[in-house]
Ligand binder design. Sequence first.
Ligand code: PSU
Ligand code: MN
Length: 301
Amino acid sequence: MELLFHPETEAALAAGKPVVALESTVITHGLPYPQNVETAVLMETAVREGGATPATIAIIQGQIHIGLTASQLEYLGRQSSDTVRKCSRRDIPLAVARQENGATTVAGTMILAHRAGIAVFATGGIGGVHRGHPFDVSADLGELARTPVTVVSSGAKSILDLPATREVLETNGVPVIGYGSDMMAAFFSRSSGLPVDARLDTPDEVAAVIGAHRALNLQNGILVTVPVPEADAFDADEAEMAIAQATQEADAQGIHGPAATPWLLRRVAALTNGRSLRANVALLKNNGRIAGQIAAALAQQ
Ligand code: PSU
Ligand code: MN
């Protein structure tokens, strides 16, 4: 399968310089236009500030792109979410063969980043086990079990069943690292109250773990969870009220499958007058910067 590289991404990879992959579902299904494109650009800038080259990954008319131009980002961001396939593992061949536009989820981005030779990937929150639907388990967890990419995120989205999600990560053999924290981050809020496997405080310490993982030739992913910056964190109780209401409404309306996560995020944003969005944008930027630093430390090893 041919990957189309942005020239800057290709040059960075060829020179052994640090590169950080970014997903595209957050652009097409996670945030409204134009905030989605603005945030995607801010996240790319944050990766650069951290010391790495950003590579946003997406499928445009059936072609897999590793790194997007500004106009490609704008094009994707303007598409209505129902015309863009949300691509996890099962969806990638469908989008490619049918020449569709496809936005890669955490799972889809991990697969394509690994193919492209990119080891570090930054996002907002991974998918997990849905509340009240123990068999709706995000493909992100399955991918973390089988693809050796380090995912820098603010934990799993708090719209999920976080204790169940934590258990599945453990079953799947995924090391969960708390970046500057003893607890797994909870997306809009700083702590889930669930312990991590190790607290690491610097990019070098994370790079050392990735290095050991590589030397052992382990084929699973690593999850680094970074709490949302204090100033932009969303009060956990307030977030919980909105999430509980949104979850009830989604169940009543029969919203499920791939539609569930985007629907819940949009509804929580409406119920909190956009305050959840502020936390979401802040954590995306912060995670991009830290992933850039981790990729830079890894390139130094
Ligand atoms: N994080 C966000 N916004 C999002 C997502 C994550 O802040 O839109 C996306 C990611 O692409 C993640 C996906 O992989 O939601 C999970 O969807 P599902 O639960 O259907 O697997
Ligand atoms: Mn799901």
